[in-house]
Design a protein around this ligand. Sequence first.
Ligand code: WT7
Length: 708
Amino acid sequence: MTEPIDDDLGPDESSEALIAVHWREEGYYPPPASFVAQANAADPAILDAFTEDKYPECFNAYADLLDWYKPWHTTLDTSNAPFWKWFVGGELNASYNCVDRHLADKANKAALIWIPEPESEAHAAITYRELYNRVNEVAALLRDFAGLKTGDRVTLHMPMVPELPIVMLACARLGVIHSQVFAGFSGTAAGHRIADSGSNVLITMDGYYRSGDLLDHKIKTDEAVEAAAKEGQTVDKVLVFRRYPGKYSAQTPMVDGRDFFVDELLKDYKGALVEPVSLPAEAPLFLMYTSGTTGRPKGCQHSTGGYLSYVAGTSKYYQDIHPDDTYWCMADIGWITGHSYIVYGPLALGTTSVIYEGTPNYPDPARPWREAVKLGVNIFHTSPTSIRMLRKVGPDEPAKFDYHFKHMTTVGEPIEPQVWRWYYESIGKGEAVIVDTWWQTETGGFLGSTLPGIHAMKPGSCGPAALGIFPVILDEDGNEVPQGSGKAGNICIRNPWPGVFQTIWGQPDRFVSTYFAKYNKDPKSTDWHDWPYFAGDGAVQAADGYFRILGRVDDVINVAGHRLGTKELESAALTVPEVAEAAAVPVVDDIRGRAVEMYVSLKPGYAATPEVEGKVRDAIVTDIGKIARPKNIWIVPDMPKTRSGKIMRRVIAAASNFTDTGDITTLANPEVVEKIRQQVQSTKVAKGEVPRELSETELAEIKHFGSE
Ligand code: WT7
């Protein structure tokens, strides 16, 4: 490779848009006839109902899946572009739609089935009636004890227990905006989000099971409250659920006057009923934080009417949920997937949604299949990382169990065609249709997917755009990259859709600059055609119209389907006093897609020791959480830099991935590159960490990683 590395290449010029990607075209798999025969969408006429000439009114069909207190008068209001408003004039309540309205015909049907991780503990099935009772009681407590009211934000730091959706629905009942932080995130990370959202109540749990251990989760509370206080946000009340009501499972002391056991408080609210608040369609339903290129996390604000309509519609047509299905999405509710496709979408449709507390392969890799048989699961939803893991540790397990899935989903990262085929043949037993759903925290619901009863599947491609979504691939100058050209570019969505987030909480300018400014030519325009949504993903559109998503074009590392910003990782490392400079890069990982590798250089006078390495690792785990724990930390003599002093992340990414570093003659310190390469690669060889040969798309990502 002789391409010079130019100091002055900004993020734009170095993005994937310039790369032509070639790959072997995969063959089609038609949906199984048994699936088509029962599919919610089997008649291609549905495609005609969502063509561009029927936009935006086509989405009224999604809103019609809900019960509204007041009908909307305007489907889409673009007057304050790009802050779109959907179903304006309409009023509804999400809790009513997911709970109350099912009492008429489904009161005794299970809404949630909870699988505790220890197999010695019984499943808990919560009927719609029971859900109604519990949501009402918690809502009464939130209102009367915690003093929460419509428009307030409350932070949840809850594991995968039924209390989490119960609290979410209780918040929604009152119009309180919930902000659930993934339980695996550290207390400090929760604290930043508490401060950013301005929550003065934290709802958490004493402990939960993960890989056989009952973790002390309450320990994170003090860190969270302290981190929030440092940013000026006081937490007055911490509501603590107990994994075993009546018995405290954590070691950490409760703080008098601040911390309260929810099971004790609830005794005062037995049988309480709280009228669902009639809310405007645009009332925020929740915040979901995600990472971007700067350190400050982005609180993606989702609406009540647009969001709930979109997740109900896509759950119906893409997840093919019928009320009688038993649907198991193995994602965590702490991510958008869980919000949209464990809680809000499935419950809006009145189905049974399964929640699993623990790790998929605990105590052995047959666990998911035993549960699928026991519960009669027929729709299964997971990520490429879980599929790769189950394939590695228990490739022959699915065949031993007599479950039958009609439908399966893969989400969160690109899936390799060979992994897709194993999912289809082994987990799906060749009987289940697969949807590879491409979307994001920001988008609320699916953007790209096959319609499972209509379109053929193609391994490695998500398929065409979802109904009513009109994507375009643009190059850096805003020119359309034609389909079938084999060229990659930035995938954008030309039009607003009901599930799109409303803004970044407290950062409206960042909302516009990150997602819309790149291709907007007229900031004053109120015509949606002028505001393509920039997704931040590289993609290629094949001649058949199917999209293949290549991955992020920004400084985000996708670890097991979770976004980690390089800036967040680097600022954590920089809190270690010895560290002078830090750079995070992705390394291709056979299970998790990507893992993080951290490079640090030290201030003069400090030696590279295992202690410093440990401090960096701890700082990252403390600031972000275990999920961000680097695979390796390399203490290097110096960082490769441009003459203007920018760290060349792509050069060190090449060292970590054993790929070509390219021409480095324009660097200020080219001699350091070989030293780093030697240091990193000889250690990796010794540890047996040499990666397999990288695919074209992986190579492209590594070669262009980092915008500076
Ligand atoms: C990023 C969004 C979508 C919910 C879970 C992740 C990547 C997502 C796919 C897919 C290839 C995918 C993209 C996207 N991604 N789904 N089916 N194929 N890549 O949500 O944390 O907001 O991450 O995940 O890069 O931008 P998220």
